[in-house]
Design a protein around this ligand. Structure first.
Ligand code: SAM
Ligand code: SF4
Ligand code: F3S
Length: 461
Protein backbone atom coordinates (compact mmCIF):
# COMPACT_ATOMS: atom_id res chain seq x y z
CA UNK A 1 0.00 0.00 0.00
CA UNK A 2 1.38 3.38 -0.92
CA UNK A 3 1.11 6.25 1.48
CA UNK A 4 1.69 8.97 -1.02
CA UNK A 5 0.79 9.05 -4.66
CA UNK A 6 1.23 12.47 -6.10
CA UNK A 7 -0.69 12.51 -9.31
CA UNK A 8 1.01 15.68 -10.33
CA UNK A 9 4.35 13.93 -10.54
CA UNK A 10 4.23 13.44 -14.27
CA UNK A 11 2.60 10.00 -14.26
CA UNK A 12 -0.51 11.57 -15.77
CA UNK A 13 0.88 14.39 -17.87
CA UNK A 14 -1.54 17.26 -18.33
CA UNK A 15 -2.55 17.97 -21.92
CA UNK A 16 -1.41 21.37 -23.20
CA UNK A 17 -3.70 24.15 -22.01
CA UNK A 18 -5.63 25.99 -24.70
CA UNK A 19 -3.79 29.17 -25.68
CA UNK A 20 -4.61 32.00 -23.31
CA UNK A 21 -6.53 29.75 -20.93
CA UNK A 22 -5.77 30.42 -17.25
CA UNK A 23 -5.50 26.94 -15.80
CA UNK A 24 -5.91 26.38 -12.13
CA UNK A 25 -3.79 23.76 -10.43
CA UNK A 26 -4.68 20.80 -8.26
CA UNK A 27 -2.35 18.90 -5.94
CA UNK A 28 -3.57 15.46 -4.88
CA UNK A 29 -2.18 13.62 -1.85
CA UNK A 30 -3.35 10.01 -1.83
CA UNK A 31 -3.17 7.73 1.22
CA UNK A 32 -4.18 4.08 1.45
CA UNK A 33 -4.95 1.35 -1.05
CA UNK A 34 -5.36 0.95 -4.80
CA UNK A 35 -9.03 1.95 -4.47
CA UNK A 36 -7.88 5.38 -3.46
CA UNK A 37 -5.19 5.47 -6.16
CA UNK A 38 -7.87 4.74 -8.76
CA UNK A 39 -10.30 7.28 -7.24
CA UNK A 40 -7.57 9.94 -7.26
CA UNK A 41 -6.93 9.31 -10.94
CA UNK A 42 -10.64 9.72 -11.65
CA UNK A 43 -10.71 12.97 -9.67
CA UNK A 44 -7.80 14.42 -11.65
CA UNK A 45 -9.46 13.41 -14.92
CA UNK A 46 -12.75 15.05 -13.89
CA UNK A 47 -10.99 18.19 -12.75
CA UNK A 48 -9.11 18.49 -16.04
CA UNK A 49 -12.48 18.96 -17.68
CA UNK A 50 -13.05 21.85 -15.25
CA UNK A 51 -9.76 23.40 -16.34
CA UNK A 52 -7.55 22.17 -13.50
CA UNK A 53 -4.08 20.86 -14.29
CA UNK A 54 -2.31 18.54 -11.83
CA UNK A 55 0.78 19.83 -10.06
CA UNK A 56 3.39 18.03 -7.96
CA UNK A 57 3.88 21.14 -5.81
CA UNK A 58 1.30 21.95 -3.12
CA UNK A 59 2.66 25.49 -2.88
CA UNK A 60 1.50 26.15 -6.49
CA UNK A 61 -1.95 24.64 -6.04
CA UNK A 62 -5.32 26.40 -6.10
CA UNK A 63 -6.91 23.19 -4.86
CA UNK A 64 -5.33 20.72 -2.42
CA UNK A 65 -7.16 17.40 -2.35
CA UNK A 66 -6.43 14.78 0.30
CA UNK A 67 -7.75 11.31 -0.49
CA UNK A 68 -7.57 9.58 2.85
CA UNK A 69 -7.30 6.16 4.50
CA UNK A 70 -8.78 5.14 7.86
CA UNK A 71 -7.62 1.53 8.01
CA UNK A 72 -5.23 2.10 10.93
CA UNK A 73 -4.95 4.95 13.39
CA UNK A 74 -1.53 5.87 12.00
CA UNK A 75 -3.08 6.61 8.60
CA UNK A 76 -5.40 9.13 10.25
CA UNK A 77 -2.52 10.75 12.10
CA UNK A 78 -0.68 11.13 8.79
CA UNK A 79 -3.67 13.00 7.42
CA UNK A 80 -3.66 15.44 10.31
CA UNK A 81 0.05 16.17 9.97
CA UNK A 82 -0.28 16.61 6.17
CA UNK A 83 -3.16 19.04 6.74
CA UNK A 84 -0.94 21.01 9.11
CA UNK A 85 1.65 21.37 6.33
CA UNK A 86 -0.91 22.51 3.74
CA UNK A 87 -2.43 25.10 6.05
CA UNK A 88 0.23 27.67 5.16
CA UNK A 89 -0.58 27.32 1.42
CA UNK A 90 -4.13 28.20 2.19
CA UNK A 91 -3.04 31.22 4.20
CA UNK A 92 -0.61 32.39 1.51
CA UNK A 93 -2.42 31.55 -1.71
CA UNK A 94 -6.01 31.01 -0.64
CA UNK A 95 -5.93 27.38 -1.82
CA UNK A 96 -9.13 25.40 -1.31
CA UNK A 97 -8.52 22.34 0.90
CA UNK A 98 -10.82 19.34 0.39
CA UNK A 99 -10.72 15.99 2.20
CA UNK A 100 -12.13 12.88 0.50
CA UNK A 101 -11.78 9.13 1.01
CA UNK A 102 -12.26 6.91 4.04
CA UNK A 103 -11.44 9.34 6.89
CA UNK A 104 -13.84 11.83 5.30
CA UNK A 105 -16.57 9.19 5.27
CA UNK A 106 -15.91 8.08 8.85
CA UNK A 107 -15.51 11.56 10.36
CA UNK A 108 -18.03 13.54 8.28
CA UNK A 109 -18.82 17.02 9.74
CA UNK A 110 -16.54 16.32 12.70
CA UNK A 111 -13.58 16.91 10.40
CA UNK A 112 -14.86 20.42 9.61
CA UNK A 113 -14.99 21.16 13.33
CA UNK A 114 -11.63 19.58 14.12
CA UNK A 115 -9.82 21.28 11.24
CA UNK A 116 -11.32 24.75 10.69
CA UNK A 117 -9.32 25.44 7.52
CA UNK A 118 -10.76 22.44 5.64
CA UNK A 119 -13.24 23.80 3.07
CA UNK A 120 -15.20 20.64 2.40
CA UNK A 121 -15.36 16.94 3.08
CA UNK A 122 -16.71 14.29 0.70
CA UNK A 123 -17.08 10.51 0.89
CA UNK A 124 -15.97 7.94 -1.71
CA UNK A 125 -19.51 7.78 -3.18
CA UNK A 126 -19.21 11.43 -4.26
CA UNK A 127 -16.07 11.33 -6.39
CA UNK A 128 -18.06 11.82 -9.61
CA UNK A 129 -19.63 15.02 -8.22
CA UNK A 130 -16.34 16.70 -7.45
CA UNK A 131 -16.66 19.61 -9.96
CA UNK A 132 -20.13 20.47 -8.57
CA UNK A 133 -18.84 20.20 -4.99
CA UNK A 134 -16.08 22.66 -5.84
CA UNK A 135 -18.61 25.22 -7.03
CA UNK A 136 -20.58 24.75 -3.85
CA UNK A 137 -17.39 25.26 -1.82
CA UNK A 138 -17.39 28.90 -2.96
CA UNK A 139 -20.60 29.43 -0.96
CA UNK A 140 -20.38 27.20 2.13
CA UNK A 141 -18.38 24.69 4.16
CA UNK A 142 -19.99 21.27 4.05
CA UNK A 143 -19.59 17.48 4.39
CA UNK A 144 -21.13 15.38 1.59
CA UNK A 145 -21.05 11.85 2.95
CA UNK A 146 -24.45 10.28 2.30
CA UNK A 147 -24.56 6.87 0.62
CA UNK A 148 -25.83 6.53 -2.91
CA UNK A 149 -28.49 3.95 -3.57
CA UNK A 150 -26.58 0.83 -4.80
CA UNK A 151 -29.11 0.59 -7.64
CA UNK A 152 -28.20 4.06 -8.82
CA UNK A 153 -24.48 4.03 -8.13
CA UNK A 154 -22.45 4.94 -11.22
CA UNK A 155 -18.76 4.08 -11.35
CA UNK A 156 -16.69 7.04 -12.55
CA UNK A 157 -15.26 6.01 -15.92
CA UNK A 158 -11.53 6.24 -16.56
CA UNK A 159 -10.41 8.63 -19.26
CA UNK A 160 -8.26 6.29 -21.34
CA UNK A 161 -6.36 9.21 -22.93
CA UNK A 162 -4.90 10.02 -19.51
CA UNK A 163 -3.31 6.56 -19.50
CA UNK A 164 -1.58 6.99 -22.88
CA UNK A 165 2.12 6.17 -22.49
CA UNK A 166 1.54 3.92 -19.50
CA UNK A 167 1.96 0.15 -19.53
CA UNK A 168 -0.33 -0.67 -16.59
CA UNK A 169 -3.63 0.54 -15.14
CA UNK A 170 -6.03 -0.22 -12.30
CA UNK A 171 -9.65 -0.82 -13.25
CA UNK A 172 -12.30 -0.66 -10.54
CA UNK A 173 -14.73 -3.60 -10.70
CA UNK A 174 -16.48 -3.26 -7.33
CA UNK A 175 -16.96 -0.82 -4.52
CA UNK A 176 -17.71 -1.47 -0.86
CA UNK A 177 -17.59 -4.66 1.18
CA UNK A 178 -20.36 -6.80 2.71
CA UNK A 179 -18.03 -8.77 5.00
CA UNK A 180 -17.83 -8.16 8.71
CA UNK A 181 -14.18 -8.78 9.64
CA UNK A 182 -14.17 -7.56 13.22
CA UNK A 183 -11.01 -5.45 12.91
CA UNK A 184 -11.92 -3.63 9.71
CA UNK A 185 -13.40 -0.17 9.21
CA UNK A 186 -13.73 -0.51 5.41
CA UNK A 187 -17.40 -1.64 5.32
CA UNK A 188 -18.17 1.49 7.35
CA UNK A 189 -16.19 3.81 5.06
CA UNK A 190 -16.98 2.27 1.67
CA UNK A 191 -20.52 1.04 2.21
CA UNK A 192 -22.34 -1.91 0.67
CA UNK A 193 -20.85 -3.95 -2.13
CA UNK A 194 -21.78 -2.86 -5.64
CA UNK A 195 -20.44 -4.64 -8.73
CA UNK A 196 -19.69 -2.64 -11.84
CA UNK A 197 -21.43 -4.11 -14.91
CA UNK A 198 -19.08 -6.46 -16.77
CA UNK A 199 -19.68 -4.71 -20.12
CA UNK A 200 -18.50 -1.44 -18.58
CA UNK A 201 -15.36 -3.05 -17.14
CA UNK A 202 -14.55 -4.73 -20.46
CA UNK A 203 -15.15 -1.50 -22.42
CA UNK A 204 -12.81 0.41 -20.09
CA UNK A 205 -10.09 -2.25 -20.45
CA UNK A 206 -10.49 -2.20 -24.26
CA UNK A 207 -10.16 1.61 -24.29
CA UNK A 208 -7.02 1.34 -22.14
CA UNK A 209 -5.57 -1.30 -24.48
CA UNK A 210 -6.23 1.00 -27.45
CA UNK A 211 -3.96 3.70 -25.95
CA UNK A 212 -1.16 1.21 -25.22
CA UNK A 213 -1.91 -0.16 -21.74
CA UNK A 214 -0.79 -3.82 -21.69
CA UNK A 215 -1.59 -4.87 -18.11
CA UNK A 216 -4.76 -4.24 -16.14
CA UNK A 217 -5.32 -4.93 -12.46
CA UNK A 218 -8.99 -5.39 -11.61
CA UNK A 219 -9.59 -4.00 -8.13
CA UNK A 220 -12.22 -4.43 -5.43
CA UNK A 221 -12.16 -5.17 -1.68
CA UNK A 222 -13.43 -8.70 -2.22
CA UNK A 223 -13.50 -9.60 -5.89
CA UNK A 224 -14.80 -13.12 -5.14
CA UNK A 225 -18.27 -11.74 -4.62
CA UNK A 226 -18.30 -9.91 -7.96
CA UNK A 227 -21.74 -10.15 -9.61
CA UNK A 228 -21.77 -7.73 -12.51
CA UNK A 229 -23.59 -9.94 -15.01
CA UNK A 230 -21.12 -12.82 -14.68
CA UNK A 231 -18.92 -14.14 -11.89
CA UNK A 232 -15.38 -12.90 -11.34
CA UNK A 233 -13.73 -15.80 -13.17
CA UNK A 234 -15.95 -15.02 -16.18
CA UNK A 235 -14.97 -11.36 -16.03
CA UNK A 236 -11.26 -12.27 -15.93
CA UNK A 237 -11.65 -14.43 -19.02
CA UNK A 238 -13.42 -11.66 -20.93
CA UNK A 239 -10.72 -9.13 -20.05
CA UNK A 240 -7.88 -11.56 -20.81
CA UNK A 241 -9.38 -12.21 -24.25
CA UNK A 242 -9.14 -8.52 -25.26
CA UNK A 243 -6.64 -7.82 -28.04
CA UNK A 244 -3.74 -5.77 -26.67
CA UNK A 245 -4.20 -6.85 -23.05
CA UNK A 246 -1.23 -9.13 -22.37
CA UNK A 247 -1.52 -9.40 -18.61
CA UNK A 248 -4.41 -9.43 -16.16
CA UNK A 249 -4.09 -9.19 -12.38
CA UNK A 250 -6.58 -8.57 -9.59
CA UNK A 251 -6.76 -7.69 -5.95
CA UNK A 252 -8.11 -8.40 -3.32
CA UNK A 253 -9.63 -11.80 -2.76
CA UNK A 254 -11.04 -13.10 0.54
CA UNK A 255 -10.02 -16.72 1.26
CA UNK A 256 -13.53 -17.55 2.54
CA UNK A 257 -15.21 -17.58 -0.85
CA UNK A 258 -12.34 -18.30 -3.21
CA UNK A 259 -14.28 -20.20 -5.87
CA UNK A 260 -13.28 -23.32 -7.79
CA UNK A 261 -13.94 -21.33 -10.99
CA UNK A 262 -11.34 -18.72 -10.01
CA UNK A 263 -8.77 -21.42 -9.20
CA UNK A 264 -9.51 -23.05 -12.58
CA UNK A 265 -8.99 -19.72 -14.33
CA UNK A 266 -5.37 -19.90 -13.18
CA UNK A 267 -4.99 -23.26 -14.90
CA UNK A 268 -6.79 -22.30 -18.09
CA UNK A 269 -5.97 -18.65 -18.70
CA UNK A 270 -2.34 -17.85 -19.54
CA UNK A 271 -3.06 -14.09 -19.61
CA UNK A 272 -3.89 -14.24 -15.90
CA UNK A 273 -0.60 -13.53 -14.17
CA UNK A 274 0.76 -16.11 -11.69
CA UNK A 275 0.39 -13.97 -8.58
CA UNK A 276 -2.32 -14.19 -5.94
CA UNK A 277 -2.72 -11.87 -2.97
CA UNK A 278 -4.68 -13.91 -0.43
CA UNK A 279 -4.73 -12.19 2.98
CA UNK A 280 -4.74 -14.75 5.81
CA UNK A 281 -4.45 -12.31 8.79
CA UNK A 282 -3.53 -15.02 11.35
CA UNK A 283 -2.27 -18.60 11.56
CA UNK A 284 -4.43 -19.41 14.61
CA UNK A 285 -8.04 -20.64 14.42
CA UNK A 286 -9.33 -18.97 17.62
CA UNK A 287 -7.91 -15.64 16.43
CA UNK A 288 -9.43 -16.10 12.95
CA UNK A 289 -12.79 -16.84 14.62
CA UNK A 290 -12.61 -13.65 16.70
CA UNK A 291 -11.65 -11.78 13.53
CA UNK A 292 -14.80 -13.24 11.89
CA UNK A 293 -12.80 -14.33 8.87
CA UNK A 294 -14.94 -17.42 8.34
CA UNK A 295 -12.20 -19.93 7.47
CA UNK A 296 -9.75 -22.08 9.41
CA UNK A 297 -6.02 -22.27 8.88
CA UNK A 298 -6.51 -25.76 7.44
CA UNK A 299 -9.05 -24.45 4.91
CA UNK A 300 -6.68 -21.65 3.97
CA UNK A 301 -3.87 -24.19 3.42
CA UNK A 302 -6.15 -26.32 1.23
CA UNK A 303 -7.01 -23.32 -0.93
CA UNK A 304 -3.34 -22.50 -1.25
CA UNK A 305 -2.60 -26.09 -2.32
CA UNK A 306 -5.35 -25.97 -4.94
CA UNK A 307 -3.97 -22.73 -6.32
CA UNK A 308 -0.46 -24.10 -6.48
CA UNK A 309 -1.69 -27.21 -8.25
CA UNK A 310 -3.64 -25.12 -10.75
CA UNK A 311 -0.62 -22.90 -11.50
CA UNK A 312 2.67 -24.41 -10.36
CA UNK A 313 5.14 -21.73 -9.26
CA UNK A 314 2.41 -19.13 -8.59
CA UNK A 315 3.60 -16.32 -6.30
CA UNK A 316 1.40 -15.94 -3.24
CA UNK A 317 1.42 -12.88 -1.02
CA UNK A 318 -0.61 -12.22 2.09
CA UNK A 319 -1.46 -9.86 4.95
CA UNK A 320 -1.00 -10.56 8.69
CA UNK A 321 -2.28 -8.67 11.71
CA UNK A 322 -0.31 -9.22 14.93
CA UNK A 323 -1.37 -8.27 18.43
CA UNK A 324 -5.06 -8.81 17.70
CA UNK A 325 -7.00 -8.79 21.02
CA UNK A 326 -6.35 -11.98 22.98
CA UNK A 327 -3.48 -13.13 20.70
CA UNK A 328 -1.27 -15.37 22.86
CA UNK A 329 2.38 -16.20 22.25
CA UNK A 330 1.20 -19.58 20.96
CA UNK A 331 -1.28 -17.96 18.53
CA UNK A 332 1.52 -15.77 17.24
CA UNK A 333 3.88 -18.76 16.86
CA UNK A 334 1.20 -20.33 14.66
CA UNK A 335 1.24 -17.28 12.36
CA UNK A 336 5.01 -17.56 12.18
CA UNK A 337 4.76 -21.28 11.43
CA UNK A 338 2.22 -20.67 8.66
CA UNK A 339 4.49 -18.04 7.13
CA UNK A 340 7.41 -20.51 7.15
CA UNK A 341 5.36 -23.40 5.75
CA UNK A 342 3.49 -21.46 3.10
CA UNK A 343 6.68 -19.63 2.09
CA UNK A 344 4.79 -16.54 0.98
CA UNK A 345 6.62 -14.53 -1.66
CA UNK A 346 5.85 -11.50 0.43
CA UNK A 347 3.55 -10.40 3.21
CA UNK A 348 2.30 -7.10 4.53
CA UNK A 349 2.01 -7.19 8.29
CA UNK A 350 0.52 -4.72 10.71
CA UNK A 351 0.06 -4.25 14.44
CA UNK A 352 -3.66 -4.38 15.24
CA UNK A 353 -5.14 -0.91 15.49
CA UNK A 354 -8.57 -0.58 17.15
CA UNK A 355 -10.91 1.22 14.78
CA UNK A 356 -14.20 2.95 15.54
CA UNK A 357 -17.42 1.17 14.48
CA UNK A 358 -15.73 -2.26 14.50
CA UNK A 359 -16.70 -5.35 16.51
CA UNK A 360 -13.19 -6.00 17.85
CA UNK A 361 -12.75 -2.44 19.12
CA UNK A 362 -16.11 -2.70 20.93
CA UNK A 363 -15.11 -5.96 22.62
CA UNK A 364 -11.53 -4.99 23.40
CA UNK A 365 -10.81 -5.79 27.08
CA UNK A 366 -14.36 -7.14 27.69
CA UNK A 367 -13.27 -10.78 28.40
CA UNK A 368 -10.00 -12.71 28.78
CA UNK A 369 -10.03 -13.74 25.12
CA UNK A 370 -10.42 -10.05 24.13
CA UNK A 371 -7.50 -8.91 26.29
CA UNK A 372 -5.46 -6.08 24.82
CA UNK A 373 -1.95 -7.12 23.72
CA UNK A 374 0.60 -4.63 25.09
CA UNK A 375 2.02 -2.48 22.30
CA UNK A 376 5.66 -3.49 22.96
CA UNK A 377 4.70 -7.19 22.75
CA UNK A 378 2.85 -6.60 19.46
CA UNK A 379 5.74 -4.60 17.99
CA UNK A 380 8.25 -7.31 18.95
CA UNK A 381 6.03 -9.94 17.27
CA UNK A 382 5.75 -7.79 14.16
CA UNK A 383 9.53 -7.51 13.96
CA UNK A 384 9.96 -11.29 14.24
CA UNK A 385 7.36 -11.93 11.55
CA UNK A 386 8.85 -9.34 9.21
CA UNK A 387 12.41 -10.65 9.72
CA UNK A 388 11.26 -14.17 8.79
CA UNK A 389 9.46 -12.78 5.73
CA UNK A 390 12.52 -10.80 4.61
CA UNK A 391 14.59 -13.98 4.69
CA UNK A 392 11.99 -16.01 2.74
CA UNK A 393 11.43 -13.22 0.19
CA UNK A 394 15.18 -12.86 -0.37
CA UNK A 395 15.54 -16.63 -0.84
CA UNK A 396 12.69 -16.58 -3.37
CA UNK A 397 14.34 -13.77 -5.32
CA UNK A 398 17.76 -15.44 -5.18
CA UNK A 399 16.21 -18.53 -6.81
CA UNK A 400 15.52 -16.39 -9.90
CA UNK A 401 19.24 -15.68 -10.48
CA UNK A 402 20.35 -16.70 -13.98
CA UNK A 403 16.78 -17.31 -15.17
CA UNK A 404 15.36 -15.62 -18.25
CA UNK A 405 12.02 -14.00 -17.42
CA UNK A 406 9.53 -11.86 -19.30
CA UNK A 407 9.43 -8.28 -18.02
CA UNK A 408 6.69 -5.82 -18.88
CA UNK A 409 8.50 -2.49 -19.03
CA UNK A 410 6.76 0.28 -17.07
CA UNK A 411 9.13 3.24 -17.51
CA UNK A 412 12.46 4.81 -16.62
CA UNK A 413 14.44 3.55 -13.63
CA UNK A 414 16.14 5.72 -11.03
CA UNK A 415 19.59 5.26 -12.56
CA UNK A 416 20.21 6.97 -15.92
CA UNK A 417 20.07 4.37 -18.71
CA UNK A 418 17.90 2.00 -16.72
CA UNK A 419 14.27 0.90 -16.98
CA UNK A 420 11.89 -0.75 -14.53
CA UNK A 421 9.25 -3.38 -15.04
CA UNK A 422 7.71 -6.45 -13.49
CA UNK A 423 7.87 -10.19 -14.01
CA UNK A 424 4.66 -12.22 -14.32
CA UNK A 425 5.11 -13.04 -10.58
CA UNK A 426 5.00 -9.31 -9.85
CA UNK A 427 8.67 -8.98 -8.89
CA UNK A 428 10.10 -5.55 -9.58
CA UNK A 429 13.02 -5.66 -12.06
CA UNK A 430 15.65 -2.98 -12.70
CA UNK A 431 16.71 -3.39 -16.27
CA UNK A 432 20.02 -2.27 -17.77
CA UNK A 433 18.60 -0.94 -21.03
CA UNK A 434 17.64 2.31 -22.72
CA UNK A 435 14.19 3.45 -23.79
CA UNK A 436 14.75 2.44 -27.43
CA UNK A 437 15.51 -1.12 -26.38
CA UNK A 438 12.83 -1.30 -23.69
CA UNK A 439 9.98 1.18 -24.30
CA UNK A 440 7.07 1.35 -21.84
CA UNK A 441 4.61 -1.42 -22.66
CA UNK A 442 7.20 -3.71 -24.28
CA UNK A 443 7.58 -7.26 -23.02
CA UNK A 444 11.29 -7.94 -22.89
CA UNK A 445 13.08 -11.20 -22.16
CA UNK A 446 15.48 -10.48 -19.34
CA UNK A 447 18.30 -12.47 -17.78
CA UNK A 448 18.33 -11.99 -14.00
CA UNK A 449 21.83 -10.96 -12.92
CA UNK A 450 21.21 -9.77 -9.34
CA UNK A 451 18.70 -10.48 -6.62
CA UNK A 452 18.20 -7.92 -3.85
CA UNK A 453 15.96 -7.97 -0.80
CA UNK A 454 12.89 -6.73 -2.63
CA UNK A 455 13.73 -6.56 -6.33
CA UNK A 456 15.73 -8.10 -9.15
CA UNK A 457 18.17 -6.62 -11.65
CA UNK A 458 18.79 -7.91 -15.14
CA UNK A 459 19.72 -7.28 -18.74
CA UNK A 460 17.98 -8.05 -22.02
CA UNK A 461 18.59 -11.72 -22.84
N1 SAM B 1 -10.20 -6.63 1.60
C1 SAM B 1 -8.96 -7.14 1.96
C2 SAM B 1 -9.14 -8.48 2.65
O1 SAM B 1 -10.20 -8.91 2.93
O2 SAM B 1 -8.16 -9.09 2.95
C3 SAM B 1 -8.17 -6.26 2.89
C4 SAM B 1 -8.38 -4.84 2.87
S1 SAM B 1 -7.58 -3.95 4.16
C5 SAM B 1 -7.82 -2.43 3.44
C6 SAM B 1 -5.86 -4.30 3.95
C7 SAM B 1 -5.21 -4.94 5.14
O3 SAM B 1 -5.13 -4.02 6.21
C8 SAM B 1 -5.95 -6.12 5.72
O4 SAM B 1 -5.74 -7.29 5.01
C9 SAM B 1 -5.40 -6.19 7.12
O5 SAM B 1 -4.26 -6.99 7.20
C10 SAM B 1 -5.03 -4.74 7.42
N2 SAM B 1 -5.94 -4.14 8.41
C11 SAM B 1 -7.25 -3.87 8.25
N3 SAM B 1 -7.77 -3.37 9.39
C12 SAM B 1 -6.75 -3.31 10.30
C13 SAM B 1 -6.64 -2.91 11.65
N4 SAM B 1 -7.69 -2.47 12.33
N5 SAM B 1 -5.43 -2.98 12.26
C14 SAM B 1 -4.34 -3.44 11.59
N6 SAM B 1 -4.39 -3.85 10.30
C15 SAM B 1 -5.58 -3.80 9.66
FE1 SF4 C 1 -12.20 -5.37 5.51
FE2 SF4 C 1 -12.78 -7.94 5.64
FE3 SF4 C 1 -13.99 -6.39 3.83
FE4 SF4 C 1 -11.40 -6.99 3.57
S1 SF4 C 1 -13.12 -8.43 3.50
S2 SF4 C 1 -12.36 -4.98 3.33
S3 SF4 C 1 -10.71 -7.04 5.67
S4 SF4 C 1 -14.23 -6.26 6.05
FE1 F3S D 1 -7.73 2.71 3.52
FE2 F3S D 1 -10.16 3.03 2.67
FE3 F3S D 1 -8.43 1.64 1.23
S1 F3S D 1 -9.57 2.65 4.75
S2 F3S D 1 -7.06 0.79 2.78
S3 F3S D 1 -8.29 3.77 1.68
S4 F3S D 1 -10.61 1.28 1.41
Amino acid sequence: MSDLVSLGRGTTAAPAAPRGAARRKVFVHTFGCQMNDADSQRMVELLRRSDYAPTAHPEDADLILLNTCAVREKAEQKLLSALGRYREHKARRGAVIAVGGCVAQAEKERLLTRVPYVDFVFGPDHVAELPALLERAGRERFAETGWMDPEEYLFPRADAEAARGRATAFVTVMKGCDNVCSFCIVPHTRGREVSRPADEVVAECAALAAVGVREVTLIGQNVNSYRGGCDFAGLLRRVAALPGIARVRFTTSHPHDLSGALVEAFAAEPGLMPHFHLPVQSGSDPVLARMRRDYTVEEYRERLDRLRQARPGIAVTTDFIVGFPGETEEDFERSLRLLEEARFDNSFSFVYSPRPHTGAARRLGSAPEWREVPREVAVARLERLQAAQRRISAEGLAAQLGRVVEVLVEGPGEEPGSRVGRTPWNHLVHLAAGEAEAPAGARVRVRVTRAGGSSLSGEPA
